[in-house]
Write a protein that binds this ligand. Sequence first.
Ligand code: CP
Length: 316
Amino acid sequence: MTADTVANPELAKAFVGRDVVSMRDFRREEILFVLDLAERFEHTSEPLLGGRVVVNLFFEPSTRTRLSFEAAMVRLGGQNIGFADAGISSVAKGESLADTIRVVENYCDIIVIRHKFEGAARLAAEASRLPVINGGDGSNQHPTQTLLDLFTIRKLHGRLEKLRVAFLGDLKYSRTVHSLIEVLAQFECEFVLVSPQELRMPRDILDDLARDGVRCREEFKPSILPVDVDILYTTRIQKERFVDPVEYERVRNAYRLDREALEVFPRPVTVMHPLPRVNEISTDLDDYEGAAYFQQARNGITVRKTLLSLLLGALP
Ligand code: CP
């Protein structure tokens, strides 16, 4: 990375010490700034974060988010502490989240948190004087997933504007969808929402899209794929969010993408998924021309290297 890395030093300065809790907190100009900077981080592993420590507090399971944050930190010369199982922390003894944050902020420079409760990341950010990054809070938001999704989309399609995107599957509980759709709406994308009735997009998000005049239609037959789209963004049925296991059993196999199903598309369609998948994408799609899900996971480290450097004010 060279000294001319930062095209807009004023914007870079505005990120220092900031929380990343919800994509709603970021303007379009700021999102594009992060994506542009991430292009430069793709092949860079300079020790920009030497001497810095991140604490990773994962109160819910994770593979990609936790390990890519850890790898990003290590690649840039920093260090990680934290836990991947809250059961081995003092939370198991009844310590509150706010107290946990007030304590661990003495041991680090930045905090990453994943939690099953919506609003937990906001609470952590309010309790801490350090920057807090939301690694996913319940079915609410997953902002770093959104940034890596946007980075991937722009790489594959050359733009974010005016794309036609179908979201498939569990649109009720999927935080990755809730984060991403509101940003893509800012870029004049249009949407098809394919889900079982029970798992349709939450009313507040549908109302926001309608208020902003976003073109959007719902389809409740997951077996019928919309062929008029550029991207199929699929999600896992979020078993852990169901209150009633019977309801989960009813919808768990509601849809599945495989090569045969995609034959209805006139040309290869981009297939995205935040992962992990269970059975909603067949492995026979893994070498399909449009399959982008492992690329998304790979781009996670690039975007997280960028964010950590920005928030910690460590750009050259
Ligand atoms: N996409 C994502 O958040 O994956 P993990 O749950 O493995 O972190």
